[in-house]
Design a protein around this ligand. Structure first.
Ligand code: PAF
Length: 285
């Protein structure tokens, strides 16, 4: 595996692979790899002969400078991990390489950016995500790109921008990888203190309670969500949001009929965690 820093180097490497007839897979990340990231790389490896993993802690998507400052960074450890699962390139550009002087252009995917995370973090967050993903897709020009379902709203926004802007790329959203106690894997989990780490699995237990209620035939959103809310109350967790919305439009739903995204965000001290499940017709989880 090679580590590349500039767009020109990346284009050369991808161009050479393409001339050899290889299918190009892209896994955009912010590093601090855990099994969730590695599963994306493994999936990319299974489908594509040339796999590029990007490692860029994108400053424009952080709404709190403290969150950006303490976001875990370990490029050496990350490089070893992604190499072990078969990445061909780790693309780790500088901030200046991605946002050169007088950088001005942004990509906005309203109204999908407004609810849930948009309410708590502001619409700037997804502007930052949509802009950097657009840039990474243009830099690497992959045939396929892989994202995690844990960031469900982000995945929906990326699917929409790729469709709206005619990117010739197939987007695959891969299942959330969980710890044995159900906690969704996240680079932020390592920032939890012991007490918070003990309480955090209540987020997934609350989601699974809703999912079980729907599987038993409950279609009234209020009734189904109440089962999850009682799990949260027992764990002493007041979520920032705990919502059932259309998995396609993110509009609130009163009745669970089609695919419904049940999403949660909560703070444990200064660490913010998110998780979700899809329930309802044809759902996989
Ligand atoms: O999900 C992430 O790690 C980031 O939001 C992404 C997609 C790499 C953009 O910075």
């Amino acid at each position: 595996m090679i580590i590349l820093r500039t767009v020109a180097e990346l284009r050369d490497a991808v161009g050479a692979a393409r001339r050899e007839g290889k299918r190009i897979g892209l896994v955009p990340t912010m590093g601090a790899f855990h099994q969730g990231h590695l599963s994306l790389v493994q999936r990319a490896r299974a489908r594509c002969a040339f796999v590029v993993v990007t490692l860029f802690v994108n400053p424009t998507q952080f709404n709190e400078s403290a969150d950006l400052a303490r976001y875990p960074r370990d490029e050496t450890g990350d490089a070893k991990l992604v190499e072990s699962v078969g990445a061909d390139v780790l693309f780790a550009p500088s901030v200046e390489e991605v946002y050169p002087r007088a950088y001005t252009t942004t990509v906005e995917v309203a109204p999908l950016a407004e609810p849930l995370e948009g309410i708590v973090r502001g619409t700037q967050h997804f502007k930052g995500v949509a802009t950097v993903v657009t840039k990474l897709l243009n830099m690497a020009q992959p045939d396929e790109a892989f994202f995690g379902q844990k960031d469900a709203q982000q995945a929906l926004i990326i699917r929409r921008l790729v469709r709206d802007l005619d990117f010739p790329v197939r987007i695959e959203v891969c299942p959330t990888v969980r710890e044995p106690d159900g906690l969704a894997m996240s680079s932020r989990n390592m920032l939890l203190d012991d007490e918070s780490r003990r309480r955090a699995p209540a987020l997934s237990r609350a989601l699974f309670a809703v999912s079980d209620a729907v599987a038993r035939g409950e279609t009234d959103t209020e009734v189904a969500m109440a089962t999850g809310r009682s799990v949260l109350a027992d764990a002493g967790i007041e979520p920032e949001y705990f919502a059932a919305v259309s998995a396609e439009t993110l509009a609130s739903v009163n009745v669970i009929e089609g695919e419904t995204l049940v999403a949660i965000a909560a703070r444990f001290g200064s660490v913010r965690l998110i998780d979700n499940v899809i329930v309802g017709a044809g759902s996989a989880s």
